[in-house]
Design a protein around this ligand. Sequence first.
Ligand SMILES: [Mg+2]
Length: 128
Amino acid sequence: MSMPEATPPPDMSLRDLTQFAEGLARRLAANFGFDPTTRDGHVSLALAQTVKLGEEVGELQAEVLGALEYQRREKAGRYSRDTLGGELADVMVCVALLADTFGVDLAQAVGSKIEQLEARNRQAEIAG
Ligand SMILES: [Mg+2]
């Protein structure tokens, strides 16, 4: 029996995340009545996902403040390694949704970004 889409398995690759995001993007588009094959539907979906990413980044920021004990005392106890991980994951899912909307190959993009960063680090080591 295959895993339901809503509960991705642990140790996912970026390709697995991309695949999960494809299914989720289709359901979200249908739920909101956006037809991503039209210009208007594509724009609506992309803007909605970008705003959602911002919301999730805000939630992650709250978790970081909580982890650093920079939140008000009455909010203490609300934050843990698990809730921090959950918000990091929400941001990743939103990024994968946005990549899907624009047809960006996330695994390829992250791979080439890491190569660029490593090359820059090697240059800095040589120069330093
Ligand atoms: Mg969240």
